[in-house]
Design a protein around this ligand. Structure first.
Ligand SMILES: [Zn+2]
Ligand SMILES: [Zn+2]
Length: 360
């Protein structure tokens, strides 16, 4: 067994705009846990949102970062006994997602594992090491295929969410789909909607992100400006102006949720995927909802099967994971990377701890 240091560096969140790099003890590895030495952790929209406004389900201080990949540094003594289909050993390249369900509760039993009542989360991966608790290790800790880098593999978590979102959008070949928001999730939606045979209209504030949207396959892009009638701009790009067959929201802004609903045709599907700040609400015209026979739904997160699907898609290069990564940043500068994304600069940054073998 390789020797491990006693302490590690990690980013600790104390409240909006307060993120500090601290020296802290290495997590204790229980008999069924796996400890990962982090090679790279990608920034995620959720981390950016937490950094800006906190998070209703968690009280600071806590650690951030969850799209992570690295090297197995320690395997709890009972791990390989209790995991019949997996074998972990030190030195293995692995990628994890941030959570895993229990498979015992009501929601797990009806196939909605993503709202599991006993969900277990990993702690935070803007750090030298991250502890993977048994429930996550058993399901969502996967070996990285040889042809993939750590950073490409780390895209499985957002991709799993988007695969779930696409599944729930019921896109048919030939459909026109509008995707509002071309951040990392929006870009993955664009690519997956294209794979479903859709014609995709993408909207965003950022020209740079819309350029990536075009590379991901968007047929038309709309650069949103403050004085623009965004709904009209989208509708006029649909057949006879009747609206999109499927309208997807990926910004997490109530105003855009409302606009997205107005972009759909009669009988259209509206997927409100971007989580908004807690306590916010939207208004829906009851006549529009009723007489246009709209279907409006909220979708988030993923089930373990979506993680496996995501891994296959990245491994086969159906999704260009590299296109989402705007650059590498040392762990010490994680805060500036989150600020750059808040300032619309970049899509995802790869956060590199000092022990990582990757060059910054
Ligand atoms: Zn994420
Ligand atoms: Zn459950």
């Amino acid at each position: 067994m390789a020797n491990l240091p006693k302490t590690m560096q990690a980013a600790m969140f104390y409240g909006p705009y307060k993120l500090q790099i601290e020296e802290m003890p290495l997590p204790e590895v229980g008999p069924r846990d796996v400890l990962i030495q982090v090679e790279a952790t990608l920034t995620c929209g959720t981390d950016v949102k937490k950094y800006r406004r906190g998070y209703p389900l968690q009280t600071p201080p806590y650690m951030l970062g969850h799209e992570t990949a690295g090297i197995v540094a320690r395997v709890g003594k009972d791990v390989n006994k209790s995991f019949p289909n997996r074998h972990f050993e030190e030195g293995m390249r692995v990628v994890t997602t941030n959570l895993a369900p229990c498979h015992q509760c009501y929601y797990c039993k009806i196939g909605m594992e993503y709202v599991c009542e006993n969900m277990v989360f990993i702690s935070g991966a803007y750090a030298d090491y991250v502890l993977i608790p048994e429930q996550v290790a058993r399901q969502n800790l996967l070996p990285i295929p040889e042809n993939l880098s750590y950073e490409e593999a780390a895209v499985i978590e957002p991709l799993a969410c988007v695969i779930h979102g696409i599944e729930e959008s019921y896109i048919k070949p030939g459909d026109t789909v509008v995707i509002n928001g071309a951040g990392p999730m929006g870009l993955l939606f664009i690519r997956l909607a294209k794979l479903q045979g859709a014609r995709v209209i993408a909207t965003d504030l950022s020209k740079a992100r819309l350029e990536v949207a075009s590379r991901m396959g968007a047929d038309e892009v709309v650069e949103v400006t403050t004085d623009m009638d965004q709904v009209a701009e989208v509708r006029k790009r649909t057949e006879n102006g009747r609206g999109a067959d499927v309208a997807i929201e990926v910004t997490g802004l109530p105003d855009i949720w409302e606009k997205t609903i107005k972009m759909a045709r009669k009988g259209g599907m509206i997927n409100l995927f971007g989580g908004c700040a807690s306590g916010t609400s939207i208004t829906v015209d009851t006549g529009l909802l009723h007489y246009s026979s709209l279907t409006i739904k909220g979708v988030f997160s993923y089930n373990p099967r979506h993680v496996l699907q995501a891994m296959r898609m990245i491994e086969r290069n159906d999704v260009d994971a590299k296109a989402l990564i705007s650059g590498r940043v040392p762990l010490a500068d994680v805060e500036s990377a989150l600020k750059r994304i808040l300032g619309q600069d970049g899509i995802k940054y790869s956060i590199i701890p000092s022990r990582s073998g990757l060059a910054v």
